[in-house]
Design a protein around this ligand. Structure first.
Ligand code: HAM
Length: 471
């Protein structure tokens, strides 16, 4: 008897304890959740106001302008393919080392502007600040040097730089670019510049200035670097803070500083073109001859040095007077030592990238921005639910035949549907319903040519209707 009571007591105690344990666990979890939630809100909710705006330096490309972007990108693709370039898509982020080595430790981009973070596996990762270094990494990794030269690649990418935001300068921006590997002589340099001129012309741009320079080989640049430093050192205190800081590391950057004082000082600085070795000089002279032959207009500007460390010999920029201080729409040049520097076989390379945002500003300024938003070929209004089902089916059939058909999806009245069709710029209108629909017929009315007579069609022969709408 005592034994039975004792067993019952132990079972009850166990039951109560486990309930108590569950309750305590639940309370602890609730507390943890609440804590995590409020901690999370602290992370995202700055000062109690939700940051419901795009991050600084980024922009939404809304449907009202996306056709202009599409037009530029389609044209670029078309022109690249005319010149034998094939598309490459590389990752948006790479190991930080790819850019540190590729773009160069002394460049502003690497020193100040990269979006670098540690991922959950403790790797240092960087959002690409430009396309070239990642493509060179891919060229080496995928053994592209075993392909027939030149390997011609084009790309359309987003890039990220932590910059001071202003008109034409953003933190996320879009680049269209090309890289060509394995061609050493100046013919490819000239072809690339002619291709860019072709692209700008195809977009309708009337005026855009091309400036070219040569940075020489690594050896000739080293000699110039010392001469330039010798000139700059006595003026060091007169230079802007940025130039003072980077003068010893990268004196060439002082040449393209926009600060008025620096500009004044560099006016009498020795010119790189006077220090080219024989090979670089011959390359640069031949390039000019080829550009003349191709009818490409340019100006030689010995102050163009480019902001990234990898360039050698030819460098160039397309500059606009309309985009303000950020007037360089496109920049590029030769980078003959980069592939070797990044661990590949010694292979010459050349490329460029142009900023789409700046190009759009230029197209707008020159009044040639094309933004043809797609409009419906036909809007099919419906009188009732039965007609709505027929409208949906007819739209689907027409779309298979290549017609942009829209129909009512939000339950508007007939009057409101017609108003909506007009607002959307639909070219034709069909009103489905009533006796006409029961007889399997529909009439098309033009919303563009108001005087055009209505045309009736048999709904069993949608292809006839589609042909009519196409014309
Ligand atoms: P980059 O001069 O640094 O060169 O950039 C090329 C173009 O990208 C610039 O001319 C500009 O139009 C645009 N761009 C640069 N930064 C911004 C920004 N923060 N906001 C808006 N647009 C910007 C390169 O990136 C090289 N990878 C070009 C190259 C390719 N060189 C050889 N191959």
């Amino acid at each position: 008897m005592i034994f039975c009571r004792l067993t019952l007591f132990v079972v009850c105690l166990y039951f109560v304890c486990s309930r108590l344990r569950d309750k305590i666990t639940e309370l602890l979890y609730n507390f943890k959740d609440r804590f995590a939630l409020s901690y999370g809100l602290k992370l995202y909710n700055h000062g109690g106001v939700m940051k419901n705006t795009a991050a600084k330096g980024t922009q939404d490309i809304l449907p009202e302008i996306s056709s202009a972007w599409e037009h530029i990108e389609d044209k670029f693709r078309e022109i690249c393919q005319l010149y034998g370039y094939e598309e490459i898509r590389t990752p948006t982020f790479e190991h930080t080392e790819v850019f540190a080595r590729g773009v160069g430790e002394t460049s502003d981009v690497v020193q100040k502007e990269m979006y670098t973070f540690e991922d959950k596996g403790n790797r240092s990762i960087t959002l690409r600040p430009e396309g070239t270094a990642g493509i060179v990494r891919s060229f080496i990794e995928n053994g592209m040097n075993s392909l027939a030269f030149p390997v011609k690649l084009f790309y359309e990418i987003t890039a990220f730089r932590y910059e001071n935001v202003q008109k034409g300068r953003y933190r996320e921006f879009h680049q269209l670019g090309v890289e060509a590997f394995g061609a050493e002589g100046p013919f490819i340099d000239a072809e690339m510049l002619a291709m860019l001129q072709h692209f700008f012309k195809a977009l309708g741009l009337k005026q855009i200035n091309l400036e070219i320079n040569s940075l020489g080989t690594l050896e000739s640049r080293a000699v110039y670097r010392e001469t330039l430093l010798g000139y700059l050192r006595p003026h060091k205190n007169e230079l802007c803070e940025d130039c003072q800081a980077r003068m010893e590391e990268n004196p060439l950057r002082v040449l393209d500083c926009k600060n008025d004082h620096c500009h004044e000082i560099t006016k009498s600085a020795p010119l790189i073109l006077d220090y080219l070795d024989e090979e670089s000089e011959a390359h640069f002279n031949k390039l000019q001859e080829l550009l003349d032959n191709l009818g490409v207009e340019y100006k030689v500007n010995p102050k163009i040095v480019r902001g990234l460390d990898y360039y050698s010999k030819t460098v160039f920029e397309f500059i606009s007077e309309n985009v303000g201080t950020q007037g360089t729409i496109c920049g590029g040049g030769r980078y003959d030592g980069l592939i070797k520097l990044m661990g590949g076989q010694d292979t010459p390379g050349i490329g460029f990238a142009l900023g789409e945002e700046r190009l759009l500003l230029e197209l707008e300024a020159q009044g040639v921005l094309r933004n043809d938003r797609p409009v419906a070929d036909v809007f099919i209004a419906s009188l009732d639910d039965e007609a709505l089902e027929a409208a949906q089916k007819l739209s689907q059939e027409l779309r298979y035949l290549g017609i942009r058909a829209q129909y009512e999806l939000t339950g508007r009245s007939l009057k409101a549907q017609m108003k909506y069709a007009g607002k959307q710029g639909a070219k034709n209108l069909i009103v489905l319903g009533g006796d006409e629909l029961s007889e399997g017929k529909a009439a098309v009315r033009s919303l563009v040519e108001k005087d055009k007579a209505e045309h009736e069609f048999d709904l069993d022969h949608v292809e006839v209707l589609a042909d009519y709408l196409k014309n």
